[in-house]
Design a protein. Structure first.
Length: 375
């Protein structure tokens, strides 16, 4: 293998041509920590974006990391990448793939794995290689090397800084459930050194804790209950076949709506808790209106969603979700795949779901029940 590499280096030194990939430099050993950090920051930023699109690379290694003329890292070779539709019934990937020295332990175990968590492991191995100049798991016998990977058995060279050791120790954890996440990596002090703070992290630092936001909403708002949602709005919003909104509103409401039998404060608390689970940031809570910002940049910028609670009756509320910024397709996917499962405990019925003749809504258990609405 070494002879083949030497031959390739020699040949590429001879063939300088505009249409042939140019060999700029040959790395001989470890990189300085600041240089390794820069490339790792760009790697993590790119992988975080891939994961936000549902893409798992599954073959991350230095050979698939290229540099442009400005020394910026570019990830290549998505031939083994996976999309959400490749997940099986258990929500996991099962295809064993990748490069042995960089593959995650759970991939080797053949029991299914989360592609994003496997990518995170590979990023940790890459960071180790950049700082050390050699692999953390190496052995002439492949099965012996696999056993080291399965146990996450490796040692740090003496020149690794304490901060780098701490971060790699959190990434290269054999149990994927205990392994640190990409967002946590991006919040670590070692990673953030010299890194332009993404707007999501910037927002997180400026935000108050969720409990403080809720407390401010209770103590500072003069409004003790949500806005009233009149009967005509209720009928037109929840029934796809009986829309009277044009008669009573100059501007039709847009977005997704659902009814709930929970109290308005309970709904607000549930939405905030669900947002945290979906890595959305709570930007503002005021007058039973919640503003949420997405965790990463999308096709048209960062997705921003507003959720507002309206009162219909003492035991009935309507919640309207609307897109404030970002891509519409991403918003639709967010509502269908994230919001619905996360809020199922408080939802009575979703707009347009199981409507019958304009005056029936879905009750508990998915059955249609007669509802009397008094205008």
């Amino acid at each position: 293998m070494m002879e083949q590499i030497k031959r390739e280096i020699s040949v590429m030194g001879l063939v300088k041509h505009p249409n042939i990939v140019e060999l700029k430099e040959i790395s001989k050993g470890k990189l300085k920590e600041d240089v390794a950090r820069k490339y790792f920051q760009q790697l993590i930023s790119a992988i975080d974006f891939c994961h936000s699109r549902g893409v798992s690379h599954r073959d991350l290694k230095p050979e698939n990391l290229l540099l442009d003329d400005d020394e910026n890292l570019k990830i290549s070779d998505f031939g083994l990448s996976a999309l959400p539709e490749q997940l099986r019934y258990d929500g996991l990937l099962h295809t064993q793939c990748g490069t042995p020295a960089y593959v995650a332990p759970e991939v080797l175990r053949k029991r299914g794995y989360d592609g994003s968590k496997a990518d995170t492991w590979s990023c940790g191995v890459i960071l180790y290689v950049l700082l050390a100049g050699f692999l953390p798991f190496r052995d002439e016998n492949l099965m012996t090397m696999y056993n080291k990977v399965l146990r996450a058995e490796f040692q740090f060279p003496p020149w690794f800084s304490p901060e780098a050791r701490r971060l790699i120790s959190k990434i290269m954890v054999a149990d994927p459930e205990r392994r640190t996440t990409i967002p946590a990596i991006m919040r670590s002090p070692w990673f953030r050194k010299g890194f332009p703070v993404p707007s999501a992290l910037e927002l997180e630092e400026k935000e108050k804790k969720v409990e403080e936001i809720l407390e401010d909403s209770r103590t500072n708002d003069k409004v003790s209950s949500p806005k009233f949602f009149n009967a005509f709005e209720f009928i037109s919003s929840m029934s796809s076949g009986f829309d009277l909104s044009g008669l009573f509103e100059s501007k039709r409401r847009s977005g997704s709506m659902f009814t709930s039998r929970c109290s308005a404060p309970a709904i607000v608390a549930k939405i905030i808790a669900a947002a945290k689970g979906m890595r959305f940031r709570v930007a503002e809570v005021k007058n039973f209106r919640i503003k949420l910002h997405g965790p990463s940049e999308g096709r048209k910028g960062r997705l921003a969603v507003t959720a507002e609670v309206f009162e219909v009756a003492p035991e009935v509320a309507i919640v309207e979700l609307s897109k404030s910024a970002g891509d519409t397709l991403e918003y639709v996917k967010f509502c269908e795949e994230d919001v619905r499962p996360a809020l199922k405990d408080i939802v009575w019925t979703w707009q347009g779901d199981a409507t019958c003749n304009g005056n029936l809504t879905a009750g508990h258990g998915g059955e249609c029940q007669q509802q009397e609405v008094v205008a």
